[in-house]
Design a protein around this ligand. Structure first.
Ligand code: ZN
Ligand code: ZN
Length: 342
């Protein structure tokens, strides 16, 4: 089978691998869709994944079952949570496989999803409702689940206002789900292409913060105001997905009193948030990293019930043979989600 390996320093190649054999408790999955994620790009730009197959958003069809499989059967359509976990430690018991000391992450410490097949633990396989596409299942495996978790941790109610800073795949997923939850959503990014995509994904407003004279905080506060409701000044919720210093500086001045924000983006290590500003606004700022395994089932239910889809965020679909071109496009960032459809 074909598999994509990152060689480091922005090089990658398609190699031939034997089709893997599922061990006890695993199934073999024929990959139908696998997205390129921002965290893949860190590996692609730096040290690479070689000799490991890269990619951690597997979604496909169960092709064969290994020994000890309880529930899954050949032909099931599944999305795979990308942190395998040991299954028996306290973190895994809470579903927080990302915090497991013996975690294996697809495409990093076990073979990834930029391939025709991959093996996955049965516990990590979420069966897709009929109405949920393979591409939506690939989103569920990482970026869509991450966005779902940030929203769930913030716990907004319908008609609340939400600002999403950073409109890459996680940010666009936040826009899709914020819209589906009945929130009023404004997106902010420095890429005009991504700002336009946010509107396609259901944003009520979107701002290109790189445009001359653009003022993200003023735009977000303007957006938050409801005519005839003078106390509606300041956004109810912020999700920061860019990891940039600038966007983190916008969080507190954008929020209303007692507003809540989630830090999701990996990036800057500069200390730009002053605790006195959190105190003065009685604000809540929380960190949100990945998502508990059980929430994947909730997300599948949410997608089926709401008929929401992440697909409007997809701008490119590539075959595995075109991996170098796909990674170049993702690296440039003038795109939405890029998905391999082997
Ligand atoms: Zn990811
Ligand atoms: Zn564990």
């Amino acid at each position: 089978m074909k598999g994509v390996v990152f060689l480091g320093s922005r090089a990658c190649e398609v190699r031939e691998f034997p089709i893997p054999e599922p061990i006890h408790g695993e199934v073999l999955i024929r990959i139908m869709a696998s997205g390129i994620c921002g965290s893949d790009l860190h590996v692609y730009r730096a040290g690479g994944s070689a000799p490991q197959i890269a990619g951690h958003e597997p979604c496909g069809v169960v092709e064969a079952v290994g020994p000890g499989i309880v529930r899954l059967k050949v032909g099931d359509r599944v999305s795979v949570h990308h942190h395998q976990g040991c299954g028996v430690c306290p973190a895994c018991a809470r579903g927080e496989t990302v915090a497991c000391p013996d975690d294996q992450c697809y495409g990093v410490s076990r073979p990834g999803s930029f391939a025709e097949y991959t093996c996955a633990g049965e516990r990590n396989c979420i069966v897709l409702p009929e109405s949920v596409s393979f591409i939506d299942g690939a989103f569920m495996a990482c970026v869509g689940g991450t966005a779902f978790a940030a929203l769930r941790r913030l716990a907004p109610t319908a008609h609340d206002s939400l600002a999403v800073f950073g409109l890459g795949p996680v940010g666009l997923s936040c826009v899709v789900m914020g819209h589906a939850l009945g929130l009023r959503v404004i997106g902010v990014d420095v890429s005009p292409e991504r700002v336009a995509l946010a509107m396609t994904c259901g944003a009520d407003a979107a701002l290109d913060a790189s445009a001359p004279g653009a003022d993200a905080v003023a735009a977000v506060r303007d957006f938050s105001r409801i005519p005839g409701v003078p106390w509606s000044d300041g956004i109810d919720f912020v999700i920061e997905t860019s990891g940039s210093t600038a966007a983190r500086e916008w969080i507190l001045p954008s929020l209303r009193r007692e507003g809540r924000a989630a830090i999701v983006g990996v990036g800057s290590t500069e200390r730009v948030i002053n605790p006195s500003d959190i105190h003065g606004r009685a604000a809540t700022i929380l960190g949100s990293v990945v998502f508990p395994l059980g929430w994947s089932w909730d997300l599948a239910k949410f997608l089926a019930a709401s008929r929401a889809s992440f697909e409007p965020a997809v701008t490119h679909r590539f075959s595995l043979d075109d991996a170098p071109e796909a990674l170049r496009a993702a690296d440039e960032g003038r795109c939405g989600k890029i998905v391999f459809v082997p």
